[in-house]
Design a protein. Structure first.
Length: 430
């Protein structure tokens, strides 16, 4: 199932209280679940030597989340200045932050190198000339092009805008070595939401092969390889979950072979976002309208400004219906709630503003709570303000059972904030 049974059992009975106190809509995240997943991930890769996860901040940029990640010993993967600032506010610095930007500006580089620095992960060979200074430690993002296939969200490597091509990669390290860098890492990120663990194992093998090849040619050592993010989660009830234990075993095997051959291994880094938090968050929204025209529509009090994955990618998010008067009962089995085929919609003037299309759900009544699942990554973070829709609040379901507000909802003042400015008029040529 998408949402773990355990989270469901803890959340649903108290959901009406939470909704009554905080008001809907909101995203709520499960601290206990996030910690479980983090600990499982660490355990899977412990035998490779030095495993480090750099949480992909863009998946769920909230300071409370970043504190939990840091508490588990994880670093951060950032690609913008505000992400760097948010990560550093948790106390992270230097080697605890990976800066993996693309189409990078000089301002980005300066921010990444200032205030305690970060590990620069360069997206292109031409960016070497744009570095404000030569860092001791440098990494490149490798794009194998036709040597690998990608997947739907990120695209085929030959069509992806990211990374340094196979032909350029050795030269890129040669240039950095000649400019004075002494420490090296190698990064790649080829897929998104991948459920086949073999693909990730292949990626690690590819990186280890490249490390051996480039080291041999240039006489440099690699401190780390970074296999990127892209670990998938089962959004649909029938999806087989990614077998991270099998993935950990096979990658540990690759590491043992590499150690036998070369006498040492680079640290293994990962920058998962979705896998860490995706299943541990849900969007809770209230049914407020129903209309029957050519199809049956259930209108809820959230819009795609709170979750754009269904509209943007046609992504499936599982939905459970909770009757606030009896939150423990399973409406799918209730005789007075026959299944109906509905579109679950927000209020944007855009027909893609749908959380579900032709979905069979138990009959939904006004004031029912709809739990839209797996919104813990690339959910709130992807929100936007089109149609002047405001983004909802975020809550944390703490491990002790309490619930805290960790981001308030946007207000009209937030929306109008960028319209308060000093007059600035240019008369070109005048
Ligand atoms: C988005 C992104 C990630 C995280 O991807 P997930 O699919 O959430 O694991 C990691 N690394 C880079 C460079 C990214 O752009």
């Amino acid at each position: 199932m998408p949402m773990t049974g355990d989270f469901r059992q803890r959340l649903f009975p108290v959901l009406p209280d939470i909704a009554a106190h905080f008001g809907t809509p909101f995203h709520i995240y499960d601290e206990a679940g996030i910690r479980d997943t983090g600990n499982r991930l660490k355990a899977c890769f412990a035998s490779t030597g030095n495993f480090r996860e750099f949480f992909a901040v863009k998946a769920l940029p909230n300071p409370r989340i970043l504190e939990i990640m840091r508490d588990m010993g994880f670093g951060f993967d950032c690609s913008s200045i505000p992400e760097l600032v948010m990560s550093r506010r948790t106390g992270a610095a230097g080697g605890e932050i990976m800066f993996t930007s693309n189409n990078t500006t000089r301002e980005d580089f300066e921010a990444a190198l200032a205030n305690g620095g970060s590990i620069l992960n360069l997206d292109d060979i031409t960016l070497i000339d744009k570095l404000p200074q030569i860092p001791d430690l440098i990494s490149f993002r490798y794009n194998p092009g036709p040597l690998r296939t990608g997947n739907a969200i990120i695209g085929n490597p030959v069509e992806a805008k990211y990374g340094v091509s196979h032909d350029q990669i050795t030269d890129a390290y040669r240039r950095m070595r000649d400019l004075g860098s002494t420490r090296f890492g190698l990064h790649t990120m080829l897929v998104s939401n991948e459920l086949n663990h073999e693909y990730m194992v292949e990626t690690v093998k590819m990186l280890l092969d490249m490390v051996a090849e480039i080291s041999g040619e240039l006489g440099i050592d690699f401190e780390f390889i970074n296999m990127g993010g892209g670990l998938g989660i089962p959004y649909r009830p029938g999806d087989p979950p990614l077998d991270i234990e099998a993935m950990g075993e096979k990658i540990t095997g690759l590491y043992a072979d590499f150690r036998k051959q070369h006498g040492k291994t680079p640290d293994l880094c990962m920058e998962s976002g979705r896998y860490m938090t995706g299943p541990h968050g849900v969007l809770v929204t209230t049914a407020i309208n129903e209309k029957n025209i050519y199809r049956r529509y259930v209108g809820v009090d959230a819009s795609m400004s709170a979750l754009m994955r269904p509209g943007m990618y046609g992504a499936y998010h599982h939905i459970d219906v909770v009757d606030p008067a009896s939150p423990g009962s399973d409406l799918e089995k209730a005789p007075d709630r026959p299944s109906q085929r509905v579109d679950v919609v927000g209020s944007l003037c855009e027909n893609i503003d749908k959380f579900a299309v032709e979905r069979d759900l138990p009959e939904i009544r006004e004031k029912d709570l709809l739990v839209i699942q797996d919104t813990g990554a690339h959910g709130h973070a992807m929100g936007f303000n089109y149609n002047a829709k405001l983004r909802p609040k975020e809550l944390m379901f703490n491990a002790d059972g309490s619930v805290s507000l960790i981001r308030r909802e946007e207000t009209m003042d937030d929306y109008f904030a960028t319209l308060a400015f000093e007059a600035d008029i240019l008369r070109p040529g005048g």
